[in-house]
Design a protein around this ligand. Structure first.
Ligand code: SF4
Length: 480
């Protein structure tokens, strides 16, 4: 009997989740079914996640963004964790990963996250298993399977499984500049070295498939050997693991389990598209879920930017989901504003790629905002902005009054030099129509529009731009 979205799709059934996804993506439900059936897209939707609003991850659909949340040794309060979930969803996360590694009752926190989350919840079960033993070497096959099963029963929609890192890959990391930077990867490597045995998540992969098939948990095959620096990008270790991930993708599909594959990391700009194309080839088009990648290593404190650049290129090349990076990356635990900055950066990257790829309806947003901007409809601009609160706060910092909400300028260029106002006045006056090759631009009426427009204010009141901040009602849009 079909249990997973993949199995249903293969049988030709359009599930209610597929219907919902089609509605959200503005596409035909049959197209959704085909993409899922072919493994080109996943709908992470655990049977036990009642609060979920189904979504889809695949290169033919809008690019998704994941935000990491979770308790650490220093933050562990349930309320605080739910606040993190709320913040992530509020600022546009399409999925969240609960990466709790310490503190508090993690079972309770995970359950609360699932109960309250309208977006898919992902986890790394290896972290919880690691917490239950004193030493990495004490991790047993049974414990790993037990933790995975318990989390599947709780309603986790997708899990990062570090099954691709094998004993034979480890020597390939010896010459690396930054070794193994994946947390799960470093744990598995240490386990294999100390126990002298093959990766237990690889050894038990088929049993994990059985659990995932029963609850419809989606694999997120972890890239344990992702490069942690530009110097290590595209090395033998990374690509050897990718080949294993390609094999595991086929195994999971044989079990009717949905799969996405995780990717780097730190990659120079000129290699990003090539890496996406390689993953798509090796993993037969399974959705690629990338962390960044950071395209330079030199900017701690700004890694939401270094990585969003790589993320935009990766998404344009076919990556389906982007795992956000905050400004605190490599430096500390992100706080609310860091989450906000990270998500904004990644939603920009995702949307830019959607526009570039011609995703249905993506450009409409840009066009609507541009129209509001040219019409000086400030309220609509704020509403349409990716981060409305920040857009309005920045505008109102210098021009706070209500009378500036339809002003034909802002404090950036000021009244006299507002190019859009100048342009509109010229067009309204019909001056633009008269321009041709013979026009003497210096003497043209358009040049004369570089003064405050009639009706904006009395010439005598034209202030020095440096005074705008304190002028209050002296500068206003209309003289009403
Ligand atoms: S003043 Fe400059 S930035 Fe502001 S609306 Fe006019 S053209 Fe745009």
């Amino acid at each position: 009997m079909a249990e997973t979205q993949l199995q249903h799709a293969r049988e030709g059934t359009v599930t209610s989740a597929m219907e919902r996804v089609a509605e959200r993506e503005n596409v035909d439900p049959e197209f959704v079914r085909e993409q899922v059936a072919e493994g080109q897209a996943v709908i992470p939707a655990n049977h036990h996640h009642d609060a979920l609003d189904a979504m889809i991850i695949g290169r033919e659909f809008s690019t998704k963004v994941n935000a990491n949340i979770g308790a650490s040794e220093t933050t562990s309060d349930l309320e605080e964790e739910l606040e993190k979930l709320h913040t992530a969803v509020h600022y546009g996360a399409d999925t969240v990963m609960d990466l709790s590694t310490g503190g508090g009752d993690l079972d309770r926190i995970r359950q609360a996250n699932i109960d309250h989350s309208p977006v898919p919840v992902g986890t790394v079960p290896l972290y919880e298993a690691r917490r239950q033993v004193d030493d990495v070497a004490d991790l047993s096959h049974e414990l790993l399977l037990d933790v995975i099963e318990k989390q599947a029963e709780q309603g986790v929609d997708y899990m990062t499984i570090h099954a691709g890192i094998l004993m034979e890959h480890l020597p390939k990391t010896d010459g690396r500049k930054t070794g193994i930077v994946s947390r799960g990867g470093s744990i598995m490597a240490q386990w294999m070295e100390e126990r002298g045995m093959q990766n237990p998540l690889y050894a038990k992969f088929e049993e994990i498939c059985d659990i995932f098939a029963e609850h419809d948990v989606t694999f997120s095959l972890g890239d344990s050997l992702r490069p942690g620096s530009l110097a290590d990008a595209g090395d033998e270790a990374q690509y050897a693991e990718l080949d294993t991930l390609g094999e595991l993708t086929q195994v999971a599909w044989d079990y009717g389990v949905q799969v996405m594959v995780e990717g780097p990391g730190h990659v120079p700009m000129d290699m990003v598209a090539e890496q996406v194309e390689r993953q798509q080839r090796v993993c037969d088009g399974a959705p690629f879920y990338v962390l960044g990648p950071l395209v330079t290593d030199i900017a701690p404190g700004y890694d939401h930017i270094t990585s969003a650049i790589g993320a935009a290129i990766a998404a344009q090349a076919g990556a389906a989901m982007l795992c956000y990076v905050t400004p605190k990356e490599h430096l500390g635990l992100p706080e609310r504003e860091d989450v906000r900055d990270g998500l904004a950066s990644y939603r920009i990257a995702a949307h830019a790629a959607d526009v570039g790829q011609g995703q249905p309806g993506a450009r409409d947003w840009d066009d609507a905002l541009s129209e509001a901007r040219y019409n000086f409809d400030w309220r609509r601009q704020f509403d349409l902005a990716l981060d409305p609160e920040r857009a309005q706060a920045y505008h109102d910092q210098t021009l706070p009054g209500d009378n500036y909400k339809d002003a034909r300028f802002c404090s950036m260029c000021g009244v006299e030099f507002c190019s859009m106002r100048i342009d509109q006045d010229a067009r309204d006056a019909g001056d633009m129509d008269e321009l041709d090759d013979e026009t003497d631009l210096d003497a043209s009426p358009a040049a004369e529009t570089n003064v405050p427009p009639v009706g904006t204010h009395e010439e005598a009141d034209v202030p020095d731009q440096s005074e705008y901040i304190d002028l209050g009602d002296r500068v206003h849009a209309d003289d009403d």
